[in-house]
Write a protein that binds this ligand. Structure first.
Ligand code: GLU
Length: 508
């Protein structure tokens, strides 16, 4: 029987999580839920120099906002705890020791100056492989070239060292990626990567492989930028004798800038006028501020829908998916190979589509604080009706005010261009006559108002456009807004008459 699916999201807390990172988390989540498996949140914080305070909490908050929940992880514990790599140092030390003993790794004592000199020489000779590799390791200062007692002495003297992987020579490493298919790399192009650093911490490669093994991860779903590391990871599994337990790999396409030129980076967002982070973020060190989807007014379900389509497609016409539907429809086989362009206009379109599909009561509840901040206290029922009339014109909850303020307060000014076009000699008198008619409407409903107004227009001999445009100008102050009879019903008879009279006295 196949072992139960276990996947992990393994961010490094080096800053806020950007769209691409959230997408990785999402795909892992969908995959885990689809297969009834477990999703693990592991924090990969072994590169101490790149840690950013607050980033781990930011990652947790972002995933929570997105509705991506975990079965095990740094914040909830679980059977494979701890889930923060800095708390697992001893484990890595033990495993790197076993690699040294089995001859798959070695100590290297090279100073920064010696490494710099190596780089310079390789650069100068234009070597095919410009790294610390099989071609040069024999001339460096390491446990392959030094006598064993010297190695022991250096270590017991506290000489700084790293542990490097002994990359095999002339080997073709073959592996399979669920998205990219068969991949082949010659080991001669690879380097003797550092597995363990002088600060007593493992590097990403070692910690990642050891933890995936110990945490019984069955599928590694991550960004394409990690594909070049995969040959090393495959060799690490082999060197540890864990080949049978090696997870399956799926490297997802890059998320590209809107123009398709290059990878969407953390720096792109505010520069190009859209957020690249789920939540806003202020870098505690530099003070630099980046906007977020949440604060820009995106709904988490719209945001998830946008991300789901960034690299995956269901192969059908359906564009809107709830999380449950995504879980049902998702498969790694339908994730594309080529990079997916992030389209900020499409993102807005999605949010608009989600907004208009939302229940008016729900929208009214979200809109209420904004209205109250403006100094108005409408009843929930009243606000629900207003929201229903204007939501077609809004992309974000914030837009609702711009589209509906005239329901709460009479026009303070009138659009001058429209006034000169639409408010002619005699318009005022006509409007006052209309007021008299409106007073007689038995119950002030949209239908009754419409019937009375139409009869009035027919009797007046004036054009429908002329009367209705002037009416809108008087009630709204501009030429836009929902159907005028809807507006009138919501405003109520008294307010309508008051506004018409105001307009008549101001627009002469
Ligand atoms: N810590 C790595 C990152 O920040 C994880 C890569 C992986 O999933 O293996 O992306």
């Amino acid at each position: 029987m196949a072992s139960p699916v276990r996947v992990r999201f393994a961010p490094s807390p080096t800053g806020p999580l950007h769209i691409g990172g959230v997408r990785t988390a999402l795909y892992n989540y969908l995959f885990a839920r689809k297969h009834g498996g477990a999703l693990v949140l592991r924090i990969e914080d072994t590169d101490r120099s790149r840690l950013v305070p607050g980033a781990e909490q930011y990652i947790l908050d972002s995933l929570k906002w997105c509705g991506i929940d975990f079965d095990e992880g740094v914040h909830i514990g679980g059977p494979f705890a701890p889930y923060r790599q800095s708390e697992r140092k001893e484990i890595y030390r033990e495993y790197v020791g076993s690699l040294i003993r089995s001859g798959h790794a070695y100590y290297a004592f090279d100073t920064p100056e010696a490494l710099e000199e190596l780089r310079r020489q390789l650069e100068e000779s234009n070597a095919e492989n410009k790294s610390y590799s099989v071609a040069v390791r024999q001339r460096m200062n390491n446990s392959l070239t030094l006598p064993p007692d010297e190695v022991e002495r250096l270590i017991s003297d506290g000489t700084p060292y790293v542990v490097r992987f002994l990359m095999p020579e002339n080997e073709t490493i073959r592996f399979h990626d669920i998205i990219r298919g068969e991949v082949e790399v010659s080991s001669n192009l690879l380097d003797d990567k550092v597995l363990f650093k002088s600060d007593g911490m493992p590097t990403y490669h070692l910690a990642n492989v050891v933890d995936d093994y110990l945490m019984k991860i069955t599928h590694v779903i991550r960004g394409e930028e990690w594909l070049p590391s995969l040959p090393l990871h495959v060799l690490l599994y082999r060197s540890f004798g864990w080949e049978r337990e090696m997870p399956l790999f799926a490297h997802m396409p890059l998320t590209l800038k809107p123009d398709g030129k290059g990878k969407l980076s953390k720096r792109d967002g505010d520069r190009l006028g859209f957020p690249v982070f789920p939540l806003e973020w202020r870098n505690p060190v530099t003070g630099e501020f980046s906007s977020g989807y949440r604060e820009s007014g995106y709904f988490p379900d719209a945001f998830i829908n946008i991300l789901a389509f960034l690299g995956w497609n269901p192969g059908t016409e359906q564009e809107f998916y709830s999380m449950e539907e995504l879980i049902e429809a998702f498969s790694l086989e339908r994730v594309g190979k080529s990079g997916s362009r992030f389209d900020p206009e499409k993102a807005k379109w999605y949010n608009h589509q989600y907004l208009i599909r939302k229940d008016n009561n729900e929208l009214a509840a979200l809109f209420l604080p904004i209205v109250m901040e403006k100094g108005f206290e409408p009843s929930p029922e009243h606000l629900t009706v207003i929201v229903g009339l204007v939501k077609e014109r809004a992309t974000f909850i914030n837009d609702l005010w711009e589209q509906s303020h005239f329901f709460f307060r009479p026009p303070a000014t009138y659009d001058q261009e429209l006034v000169s076009k639409r408010w002619k000699e005699g318009t005022g008198a006509t409007m006052l006559l209309l007021c008299d008619e409106l007073k007689t409407v038995p119950s002030f409903t949209k239908e009754a108002i419409e019937a009375t107004t139409k009869t009035f227009i027919e009797g007046s001999g004036l054009g429908t456009g002329h009367v209705l445009n002037a009416l809108r100008l008087a009630l709204v102050g501009s030429g836009t807004g929902p159907g005028i009879y809807d507006v009138m019903q919501v405003l109520g008879r008294e307010e309508v008459i008051l506004r018409i009279r105001n307009a008549v006295s101001q627009l002469k």
